[in-house]
Design a protein around this ligand. Structure first.
Ligand code: NDP
Ligand code: AKG
Ligand code: MG
Length: 742
């Protein structure tokens, strides 16, 4: 391996992967003269599946465990990783990916949904590593710094996106549980010393069932035990469905079944079963025998009943429709195709779905394709309340104005699998009534204990002291560097956050905070305080835990900038390296559909441009590579020019798309480099490229536009064909030749 300074660029899925095919040749053209190596790391869901079954593959088919290697890299001081969004797969997506790989000749096993033998259980466990959010928690060995760069915020002010109107008469609202949810049953403590603990259930009949034999905890670590009552959850759903019906509101459910991959599919499934109760009760025997599991959405039911004789299948569908007749209207994901909110738990993901609804003036699509007011059901009260606060604010003040509103950057506690987002392996659906205990293995001492019932969801969360210290430091640094007020969103009534408040107050004393405005407020107050300021054009840093990091870094960017794709998203790794995430959003599955149908990729790579600039800057500082620093500076200038000249991709087929936008970025970047005077060698190197791109601008843009409007084949979804995607994403021979000769 060469010892050249290296940037690792991830290959992921869906739209960001497609954009990468166009962008990597640009990156290597520009980084070559600075002696920087760009190394690819394939962490797509397909690659992760293949890496888990080496013995099923031929030597040529085998792939390395790129994610595992990248995870190790994050613990090294010279890590410099550009991480694009990846699919956090639902079971349905996993099964589709497996089918595609099998059809391509990879001899991997089917997914055993209901494993009987030990072998099937082992296969399911291996596949379990590929579902849900299984990339980000592995790589995020640092806390999160997400913000809108100044140029991006200025651009949004000058070119405001459209916002739906809000009326004080809007009936849109959030519904959440008021008892029996994780918030109400939480217990928390800070470890007095390192301990190994066991998670166990002592059943009413006196048996002890070990749920997780060992978790090693560090001194100063915070642990929480919390549970969601199945009975309270179902009662809640029944009341909300009845209320929506009675008051004529459309019903929608917003969860995070991808990141909360154990608990939220269960929470989702209970809602679907409650909504279609009559049909499920009537057909329970046959649905059970088919192994239907609506924790994976109604898609699972529809695909499994295909095996039934037509008459039986039609009866079930008729009964489902009959339920729909007397239940409230359901919000749609795709009204043209009849896909409802219950189709799949990964179609409506709360971090993006609630802001989109708020941006649309408090409306979602109904079955008739019209936007309507909606009851947004978010069972867990812990964080649901912040959205009601935003709704209240918008009803009172009207929609926010992107031209005048302030900005809300975030400093998020995320490192070392902090809080709920690291709890998958410690989350259990309780099989029998009893007492759930977290027990010190050495002493037998019960540290935390809950009375739980059959079907309840019980979990333990961990938050390491080092992560909290680093988070407080990052918050102080950001407050100092930006001069903004910083608010820790912490609720003293929530036991976990009460433990955090103690630590925050202690660690803040380690820093010089003179002249800084740093406050601690419970979430609802923090939201109100922040919104009052946003409205007046004043900026406020939100300093939050992991879930609010996720929620707020879609919410505010979507309101301020129209999309979270334009965010700068930095993870200063605790070991000294840096990971640069591209934007704060996901992998935009709808964009792939448009590319395949019309050969137009609306994906905005601004997040990639911003991430590459900070990655180059960091590499320049750490390795003393002046050219890397200059590349960073000129790239930022080029990105500014791209925004000013409105060369971002258009959503409309026939207009400039991702590929055109990348061409302009390359042209402006070459021009900036050719024009600078700090490094004459570099200027001379890029002058011919700057000239040829400018001279051929019309020709290249014409070549890029000419291909649009027709269906294209990229040879797959989860593992598209390399050569085919290359051809689709690099359709301008003139641009390709210019890059190759630079
Ligand atoms: N960091 C990560 O790895 C993340 C991964 N995910 C994963 O991504 C997938 C999709 O998640 P979903 O909740 O639908 O959210 P997405 O952010 O992918 O999509 C929501 C909408 O945001 C817009 N959008 C997002 N990124 C861009 C971009 N770069 N350019 C233009 N528009 C953009 C698109 O709007 P429009 O339709 O108007 O074009 C898109 O339809 C899931 O598998 C999820 O788990 C989600 C969040 C973060
Ligand atoms: O990892 C995931 O599934 C989603 C991550 C996410 O939404 C975020 O980081 O904002
Ligand atoms: Mg998110």
């Amino acid at each position: 391996m060469s010892s050249d300074p290296t940037i690792i660029y991830t290959l992921t899925d869906e739209a960001p992967l497609l954009a990468t095919y166009a962008f990597l040749p640009v990156i290597s053209t520009f980084t070559k003269p600075a002696g920087i190596r760009v190394q690819e790391s394939d962490i797509s869901v397909a690659a992760r599946i293949l890496a888990n079954f080496p013995e099923n593959l031929t030597p040529e088919q085998r792939v390395p465990d790129a994610l595992g290697e990248l995870g190790k890299k994050t613990l090294e001081a010279d890590a410099n990783i550009i991480k694009l969004p990846n699919i956090s797969a639902s079971v349905t997506q996993l099964i589709n990916a497996i089918k595609e790989l099998q059809a391509k000749g990879y001899n991997i096993p089917d997914y055993p949904a209901d494993p009987k033998t030990d072998e099937e259980k082992a296969i399911k466990a291996r596949y379990g590593k590929c579902i849900g959010s299984s990339v980000n928690p592995v790589l995020r060995e640092g806390n999160s710094d997400r913000r809108a760069p100044k140029a991006v915020k200025e651009y949004a002010r000058k070119n405001p996106h459209s916002m739906g109107e809000w009326s004080p008469a809007s009936r849109t609202h959030v519904s959440h549980m008021t008892a029996g949810d994780f918030y109400h049953g939480e217990k928390s403590l800070t470890l007095d010393r390192a301990r190994d603990v066991r998670m166990e259930l002592v059943t009413k009949s006196g048996q002890t069932v070990v749920l997780k034999p060992k978790t090693s905890l560090l001194q100063g670590e915070i642990i929480d035990s919390m549970y969601m009552s199945k009975k309270a959850l179902i009662d809640f759903y029944e009341k909300q469905i009845a209320d929506a019906k009675k008051t004529g509101m459309m019903f929608s459910l917003h969860v995070k079944a991808t990141m909360m991959k154990v608990s939220h599919p269960i929470v989702f499934g209970h809602c679907v079963r409650t909504f279609y109760k009559e049909a499920f009760d009537k057909h329970s025997a046959v649905l059970d025998s088919l192994g239907v599991n609506v924790n994976n959405g109604m898609a699972d039911l529809y695909s499994k009943i295909e095996k039934l004789p037509d008459s039986q299948k039609e009866e079930i569908i008729r009964d489902i429709h009959a339920c729909q007749e007397h239940q409230p209207e359901l919000a749609m994901v795709d009204s043209a195709k009849g896909i409802t909110n219950f189709h799949s738990p990964n179609d409506v993901i709360v971090d993006a779905s609630m802001p989109a609804m708020i941006r649309a003036g408090g409306k979602m699509y109904g079955a008739d394709g019209r936007l309507k007011e909606v009851k947004a059901v978010l069972p867990e009260s812990t964080f649901a309340r912040i959205y009601q606060e935003v709704i209240n604010f918008c009803k009172w003040h009207g929609a926010f104005d992107p031209r005048t509103m302030g900005t809300v950057p975030n400093v998020g506690l995320m490192a070392q699998q902090a809080e709920e987002y690291g709890s998958h392996d410690k989350t259990f659906e309780i099989q029998e009534d009893g007492v759930a205990n977290i027990v010190d293995i050495a002493t037998g001492e019960v540290l935390l204990s809950e009375n739980v019932g059959q079907g309840d969801i019980w979990r333990m969360c961990q938050t390491k002291d080092a992560a909290v210290r680093d988070w407080v430091k990052l918050a102080v640094t950001r407050a100092r560097n930006s001069g903004m007020t910083a608010v820790f969103w912490l609720d003293p009534y929530r036991p976990h956050e009460n433990e955090l408040i103690k630590k925050v107050n202690t660690y803040l004393k380690d820093y010089d905070t003179s002249g800084l405005d740093i406050q601690i407020m419970s979430q609802v107050r923090a939201m109100r305080f922040t919104l009052e300021r946003v409205w007046r054009g004043i900026d406020t840093i939100s300093v939050t835990g992991n879930i609010l990091r996720d929620y707020l870094t879609d919410l505010f960017p979507i309101l301020e900038l129209g999309t979270s794709a334009k965010m700068l998203s930095i993870v200063p790794l605790m070991a000294g390296g840096g990971m640069y995430e591209t934007g704060a959003g996901g992998s935009a599955p709808k964009h792939v559909q448009q590319l395949v149908e019309e050969n137009h990729l609306r994906w905005d790579s601004l997040g990639e441009f911003l991430a590459l600039a900070v990655s180059l800057e960091d590499l320049g500082i750490k390795t003393g590579n002046a050219r890397a620093k200059l590349l960073a500076k000129t790239l930022d200038a080029a990105t500014g020019k791209l925004l000013d000249n409105r060369k971002s991709p258009s959503p409309k087929t026939g207009e400039l798309d991702n590929r055109g936008s990348q061409f302009y970025l390359a042209m402006y970047w070459a021009q900036e480099l050719a024009a600078q005077t700090e490094d004459a060698g570099l200027a001379a190197h890029f002058a011919p490229l700057a000239k040829s791109l400018a001279e051929n601008e019309q020709k290249i843009v014409a070549e890029l536009l000419a291909v649009q409007g027709k269906h294209v084949d990229i040879g797959g979804y989860y593992k598209p064909d390399d050569a085919k995607v290359k051809a689709v994403m690099r359709p301008s021979p003139t641009f390709n030749a210019a890059l190759a000769s630079a």
